[in-house]
Design a protein around this ligand. Structure first.
Ligand SMILES: C[S@@+](CC[C@H](N)C(=O)[O-])C[C@H]1O[C@@H](n2cnc3c(N)ncnc32)[C@H](O)[C@@H]1O
Length: 455
């Protein structure tokens, strides 16, 4: 088989959500028909990442989706020192440069330095030092046809900035990523929000980890205010969700905004989608208990993207029969008959994985958050299912002792029901108190539970 011809591109990544960046890039490359070569090196904290991919079209496809990368450049040269960079540029094939250096074209050269600010003089010197490149076009600073960038890497330690860059790159700018979505979809300006509405950047990262694409059907079983539906709809997927809370689904009850007591007449998920011109992608939101799926057998979703309740900012619950409720009361665990039962974390994730294994298309992805009590975390506690392959596991810190992990799994096998095993339990604990707000350590109490399905 003929070997694919690859071109090197330089990604400039945002220095935010560092762990989430590579899984996002990998997922998007596979969505664009490419893959992240295992030979490609990435330093987890570095904003620079060299990609070897077959085409500029693929680079543009990636940038139409990514919120983790700021820009991509066709890489013409790189080196650990200026001399190395110039030597590498002199080796770059002339025929690849010439189309962008023509006498009838316009261009400009920009400089980006990471972890250091250069003086204007230093910048001009850097540009003048490139005079050996055969530029024939005219400089146009306002509206050039081609933009070239010198990028310098001074490491990630602000207290230890080297005199000379650790790495230098030169390339032709190809495209910017979708960072502006973080502002335009900010929950500060969103019509309908709740206490646990997902931050816009993370919502887009989740849709990207889930490889959501146009015309997919995406489901969120714990839909809340529908924050996760919005990012999927932005990428052209049809979206639906369920939530046990009648008020949330119907946009009723107390408002979450500071200066507002009750939710307004049109504060609901559909109105949120309308706010962004995405109403046509809204299928529906239903009041339903995720522990008792309502879907017809054979119904398949392209992706399940969700943020299950984990009792920090909202109680976990499920519907219970009168009999179950009375039993709980008799055991003395409740002092009143409630309309809902505790829905333990282990049950939530057990049900969620079984549901995803049954209702995802083959190759479809489940993306969800798992709360973690950090002192006791080991990879072993990541919920497992024989039909789902773990794709990525990225941590977001919440406090010194707690974090949550974004877990991405892919359906790789036809559905088989996973039965609970009584033995071989993996202990799992998390700091939680249903009534405390995030970060209020004094009110939190520790409780332990088991993830019995783990092999
Ligand atoms: C973390 S919130 C989801 C927030 C949502 N991503 C958003 O952007 O608003 C979890 C949601 O799960 C709901 N929930 C709790 N138990 C449930 C159950 N058994 N079935 C369905 N939804 C449930 C809660 O009412 C809450 O709205």
């Amino acid at each position: 088989m003929a070997r694919e011809r690859l071109t090197s591109y330089l990604l400039l990544l945002a220095q935010e959500h560092l762990e989430f960046r590579l899984p996002e890039i990998k997922s998007l490359l596979s969505l664009c028909g490419g893959h992240f070569s295992s030979q490609q090196q990435i330093h987890i904290n570095s904003p620079f990442c060299v990609l070897n991919i077959p085409s500029e079209e693929m680079a543009r496809g990636l940038m139409k989706r990514t919120v983790c990368a700021k820009s991509i450049f066709e890489l013409w040269g790189q080196g650990k020192s200026a001399e190395e960079l110039y030597a590498s540029l002199k080796n770059y094939p002339l025929e690849k440069m010439v189309p962008y250096l023509q006498s009838n074209s316009t261009y400009k050269i920009c400089i980006h330095t990471f972890n250091k600010t250069l003086t204007q003089e230093e910048k001009i010197k850097r540009i003048n030092d490139l005079e050996f490149l055969p530029f024939e076009g005219k400089v146009n600073l306002k509206k050039p046809e081609h933009i070239f960038w010198i990028l310098e890497d001074y490491g990630v330690d602000p207290n230890n900035i080297p005199e000379e860059p650790l790495g230098s790159y030169f390339g032709r700018w190809i495209a910017d990523g979708q960072r502006e979505l973080i502002e335009s979809y900010s929950i500060k300006k969103r019509h309908f929000i709740g206490n646990t509405s997902m931050d816009a950047c993370l919502s887009f990262i989740m849709a990207n980890h889930g490889r959501v694409k146009a015309n997919d059907v995406v489901f969120d079983p714990f839909v809340g205010t529908g924050g996760l539906l919005i990012s999927s709809a932005h990428f052209g997927a049809y979206v639906c969700g369920t939530d046990i809370d009648y008020n949330t689904v119907h946009g009723l009850g107390k408002a979450s905004r500071k200066n507002q007591k009750w939710r307004g007449p049109d504060e609901n998920i559909k109105a949120n989608l309308r706010q962004y011109g995405l109403e046509k992608y809204y299928l529906d939101a239903l009041v339903s208990d995720a522990s008792k799926p309502i879907w017809r057998k054979g119904m398949l979703f392209d992706a399940i993207i969700t943020d299950p309740p984990y009792g920090i900012r909202e109680a976990t619950r499920r519907t219970g029969s009168q009999k179950e409720t009375v039993k709980a009361t008799e055991r003395g665990t409740e002092n009143h008959i409630s309309i809902s039962l505790n829905y333990h974390l282990s049950d939530i994730f057990f049900d969620l994985l079984n549901f995803a294994a049954e209702y995802l298309m083959m190759g479809g992805r489940l993306v969800y958050w798992l709360p973690i009590y950090k002192p006791e975390y080991t990879e072993k506690i990541i919920p497992w299912h024989p039909c789902l392959k773990l794709i990525s596991n990225c941590e977001q810190m919440l406090s010194s002792h707690t974090s949550r992990r974004l877990i991405t799994m892919e359906k790789v096998k036809e559905f088989e029901q996973l039965q609970r095993k009584q033995n071989d339990k993996t202990s799992y604990s998390f700091l939680s108190s249903p009534n405390s707000s995030l970060g209020n350590n004094t009110e939190k109490e520790e409780w332990k539970m088991s993830l019995p399905w783990r092999r």
